[in-house]
Design a protein around this ligand. Sequence first.
Ligand code: ZN
Ligand code: ZN
Length: 148
Amino acid sequence: MTATTDSTTTVFTGRCYCGATTVRTTQAPQTIAYCHCIDCRRWTSAPVAAFAAFDEKVVTFAPNEGRHITANPGVTRTFCATCGSPLTGRYDYLPGQVYIGVSIFDQSSDLEPKIHTHESERLSWLHIDDDLERISSSGRSKINEASK
Ligand SMILES: [Zn+2]
Ligand SMILES: [Zn+2]
């Protein structure tokens, strides 16, 4: 699938709040999803999270991915060691994939979500007017379907 991709081509660039950590990817995300779950909302402190899912092989952080934290079994997240900005999420059931919040990217406006996940945990006062599919689970299979 990636055989013809030039691995030196930067597709997306981004940085944390303070700028100490930067990120670049050499491919577009596999999918982009809103997540309404309480875990992601607490992690980002936002009313809804939006993540781009990448093959971890195409993502490079400098100087590194930050500090690691596991507060819930099976989920590892990292944050900038200097400013605390959320950087990545990794899920044991999605090996090889890394989730990065769309808002740390310079090209956030090009990273439009394709699906709402954990819709059942959506804050009742949050209304996003779109026609995207809404699922109550993590949609681990649906997420990859939606990226086609
Ligand atoms: Zn979530
Ligand atoms: Zn920072």
